[in-house]
Design a protein around this ligand. Structure first.
Ligand SMILES: [Zn+2]
Length: 328
């Protein structure tokens, strides 16, 4: 679960220095002790509420199918890390975790019936499972999501268009023609809980959502802009509110496709707000009782508990907001 101040403890040790050594990933793949997380089209193989950590021995048929030229074309291995010390997880501490990102066309609709897929395992998207994930699984999932997507969309060099190939245990791609190096990218975004002078929160409903869904306002940081400047600009553009100050809250990787959300509490003296009617359909000020009542009654749906949006809202609220059917 995301907390207001994410712990600095190492949930997953990425082995950043070691993994750049030539042969590091190959050496891991040469052992029998590592475990494999399988990704396909942005979904991870899961058993119940946990990621499926496959014994490499059961993946032999997959590797046979992927032999030759298939693997580099959008599918690849990536070294993800070791389970951090002190983590209570089904995998032993220091177990190496490797991503197998399958090529986009590797599996069809009946994938879950393939022989190497464990009984009961299914491919699932992060949004659908995030709330119930163990902290280690959540970290593995977002890391795998981010890097798998990057590989799939960077098979060619942005300079010359030649094919690239994965190196550095899957954390770099090098152009096969000009040798240029390319690394996974992250797009910064600002996400803001707007708090008025009367201590109410302003939440927005976007056209992309159902009409009863309300959340914080977010937008991408533009080239040459600070996260704070982006926060103030986006809030003015989307809901017509002037923020006079910002307090940094925390950040969250949100690799859909590759965002890093910088969360702020934004303070305003404005009591009016105007949706831009382009992205934002409607806005609404809530005091604490109104918000809790609206959520319990199903009149307002707010972001799920694994999101920084929810954490920002609950930070303002002063504690957990109950969902319909829950009791204090
Ligand atoms: Zn090139």
């Amino acid at each position: 679960m995301l907390t207001s101040n994410p712990s600095p403890e190492t949930v997953l040790d990425r082995q950043c220095e070691q993994r750049t050594e030539p042969g590091y990933l190959a050496a891991v793949l040469g052992t029998a002790e590592y475990r494999v997380v399988v990704f396909h089209r942005g979904r991870a193989l899961m058993v119940g509420a946990a990621l499926a950590y496959l014994d490499p021995a059961c993946l032999d048929p997959v590797y046979r199918d992927l032999a030759g030229d298939v693997l580099p074309l959008g599918g690849t291995h990536v070294y993800l890390g070791k389970v951090g010390p002190g983590q209570q997880h089904s995998l032993a501490a220091a177990t190496d975790i490797v991503l197998l990102s399958l090529p986009l066309d590797a599996l069809d609709e009946s994938a879950e019936e393939l022989s190497w897929i464990p009984s009961g395992a299914v491919f699932a998207g992060y949004r659908d499972v995030a709330q119930d994930l163990h902290a280690v699984d959540a970290q593995v999932f977002v890391e795998a999501q981010a890097v798998a997507q990057w590989h799939a969309s960077h098979v060619r060099c942005p300079r010359c268009g030649s094919p690239t190939e994965a190196q550095s245990s899957g954390w770099m791609r090098r152009c096969t023609a000009d040798g240029s190096q390319h690394f996974p990218r992250t797009d910064p975004a600002a996400i803001v809980a707007i708090v008025g002078a009367d201590d109410r929160i302003l939440l927005a409903n976007n056209f992309a959502w159902n009409e009863n869904r309300y959340s914080t306002v977010a937008g991408f940081v533009e080239a040459g802009e600070s996260a704070e400047q982006a926060a103030v600009r986006e809030i003015a553009e989307e809901v017509g509110v002037h923020l006079h100050s910002l307090a940094y809250f925390s950040s969250q990787a949100w690799p859909f496709p590759r965002s890093l959300m910088f969360g702020f509490i934004g303070y305003t003296d404005d009591t009016e707000a105007t949706p831009d009617r382009t992205e934002v359909r409607a806005v609404r000020w809530f005091d604490r009782e109104e918000l809790q009542t609206a959520v319990l009654g199903g009149h307002a749906v707010i972001s799920h508990r694994a999101s920084i949006a929810r954490s920002l809202i609950e930070h303002w609220y002063g504690g957990p907001i109950l969902e319909p059917g829950e009791q204090a």
